[in-house]
Design a protein. Structure first.
Length: 335
């Protein structure tokens, strides 16, 4: 099994079957009974809408496990679901993790997967998995640059010969863009909105670069008005949401520029020829490829299926285990 354990979504790939599960990384727990009520899509619907004794949690923050027990519960649930409830299954698991995580955070992921019933656990850096999933020739001696923008982290990496030449991981990604929209709505419109509404604004009217239809993209946003304390509807336009997201987007652009500055000249020449690959859920933000291209002067391609790149990469590694064994960054065995 290949797992993309993401801050926002968890995807599971099974050898021979392809992607069998794609669910939000959310668990709803009954605090009195200490039992999970819902996992994945059902739990996401409960975010911000639960009674006092039920809490909807996201066990991963910034691409790493923030709540160990809940993450283990979630992994167990997903593994059982993929194997249709059969209990005596101990699969070999490959998990994609951010390249900038510490040794302690790596061990936490391995431990959670082992406790959830894995036989062998292998870790692969997300940029490497995303590059393999996007179809980049990582095994060849040519420079490939990938930007993987997830929910909690943005990974920028230059790859060659099945390895990472250099990489940078910044903990600014989709969640920070949503947070910036929430803060903007509070500051400018005196409107308090939730996580889900903010995400919806980002998808519907958000853009990273001026678009032709900018003035036509408007959306009615419902929330709680700070001054009156009553529900209120406000209309927002594309340009103001772009302005709201400008700061976190500039952090991502700076990380890309820093990585390009440190790239060896031969590999930099390859990147200019081949362009930069954009993957992860953040790649779906309109105009982001144009913004990066405008700032760096290099052509930017968006992967065919940006959301699934990491999990497809873990799946390809599983299916070509012997040829791609060098790409792993960590391993644990249970006997």
């Amino acid at each position: 099994m290949g797992i993309d354990l993401g801050t926002a979504n968890t995807l599971v790939y099974v050898s021979g079957k392809g992607i069998v599960l794609q669910e939000p990384s959310v668990v709803a727990i009954d605090q009195e009974e200490k039992t999970p009520l819902a996992v994945g899509e059902d739990a996401k619907k409960m975010l911000g809408r639960t009674p006092g004794n039920v809490v909807a949690l996201r066990p991963l923050r910034d691409g790493v496990i923030a709540d160990f027990d809940t993450a283990e519960l979630m992994l167990k649930h997903f593994i059982r679901r993929v194997h249709e409830g059969r209990t005596l299954v101990s699969p070999r698991i490959v998990i994609g993790i951010p390249s900038g995580v510490t040794g302690v955070e790596r061990r936490a992921v391995m431990e959670a997967a082992s406790q959830a019933g894995a036989r062998d656990v292998y870790l692969i850096d997300e940029p490497v998995a995303a590059a393999i999933g996007a179809g980049l020739p990582v095994a060849e001696p040519t420079g490939n640059m990938i930007i993987d923008i997830g929910g909690g982290t943005t990974e920028v990496a230059v790859l060659s010969l099945q390895g990472t030449v250099l990489s940078e991981s910044v903990r600014v990604a989709g969640d920070e863009l949503s947070e910036a929209i929430m803060q903007y709505m509070k500051k400018v419109h005196n409107l308090v909105i939730g996580e889900r509404t903010s995400e919806e604004i980002k998808i519907v009217v958000g853009s990273a670069y001026p678009m032709d239809d900018d003035c036509d993209t408007i959306m009615d946003v419902r929330g709680l008005h700070l001054l009156s304390g009553l529900p209120r509807t406000v209309t927002v336009k594309g340009p103001e949401i772009r302005e709201a997201m400008a700061e976190p987007l500039s952090v991502i652009i700076e990380a890309v520029k820093r990585t390009l500055e440190r790239t060896p000249p031969e590999l930099a020449a390859d990147i200019i020829d081949r362009g930069i690959m954009l993957a992860g859920g953040g790649a779906l933000l309109r105009g982001l490829d144009t913004l990066i291209s405008h700032e760096t002067g290099i052509v930017v391609h968006v992967a065919a299926d940006p959301l699934s790149c990491v999990v497809l990469g873990t799946g390809r590694v599983l299916e070509n285990f012997k040829q791609l064994e060098r790409v792993f960054s960590g391993r644990s065995r249970n006997f």
